[in-house]
Design a protein around this ligand. Sequence first.
Ligand code: NAP
Length: 244
Amino acid sequence: MLEGQVALVTGASRGIGRAIADCLRAEGAQVWYGVRSVTSEMEKIQSDSQNRVVYLSLDVASGDSIEKGLDTLLNRSGRIDILVNNAGIVRDGLMVRMKDEDFMDVIETNLLGAFRLMRGATKAMMKQKYGRIVSISSVVGTTGNAGQANYAASKGGLVALSKSLALEVASRGITVNVVAPGFVETDMTDALPDKVREKALEHIPVGRFGKASEIAFAVRYLVSREAGFVTGQTLHVNGGMALV
Ligand code: NAP
């Protein structure tokens, strides 16, 4: 159970991020749903939740937004026990035609944003002598993928970033891990052409795409108190697509 703990999940408006945030809330944490813009529907959920759900305006591509968001969270909650870096984008294309801005947009959102949040959250976690950080990478961060050089670089970068921080803070009660999903049913994969989806299915031994809740459950394990001896690891959740 995560009673009394404070969690921040980025990109929690939909898809995997929302499933993770809902899962941690169901386990008793106070969950800050990081979203690019807070809607009136979100405000209603927040006011009905008796302080268990807070929507935080957080654009991970902006250093200012991250600084303000973390300040707001720490001023109101006084601590942060769990950080889940989930927000991510794709700008696919073959590398020979890829523009600098398509590379940099993906790096800024998927990698620099996670770095900034980890740096800010780690400072608070060191004072608490406790923390759990999980970043959502991807199977392609390990295998690479034609047409996704920018995305694969950002996701592989998350693994190296997490291993490095894991070593720096291991003695402070803080663990830093990665969950690397394969194909999961969300808006991101709905956007794939049918042909690409069919081809992908041929490479998934389990015979289907994953569910967002299955990724959330892997995160749930890594953020538990009981997972305190697991750090610097990547948990692959991909239906057997890549055995790495
Ligand atoms: P999704 O359905 O496209 O949702 C992406 C989420 O990230 C949305 O909540 C989006 O917010 C948010 N986001 C994007 N840019 C942001 C920014 N600058 N600041 C704050 N939030 C931002 O994606 P998903 O499939 O749930 O993917 C979630 C994570 O899992 C990503 O990191 C993705 O790379 C990774 N992943 C997904 C799959 C898959 O098959 N689906 C596989 C491997 C890894 P808005 O609602 O405001 O757009």
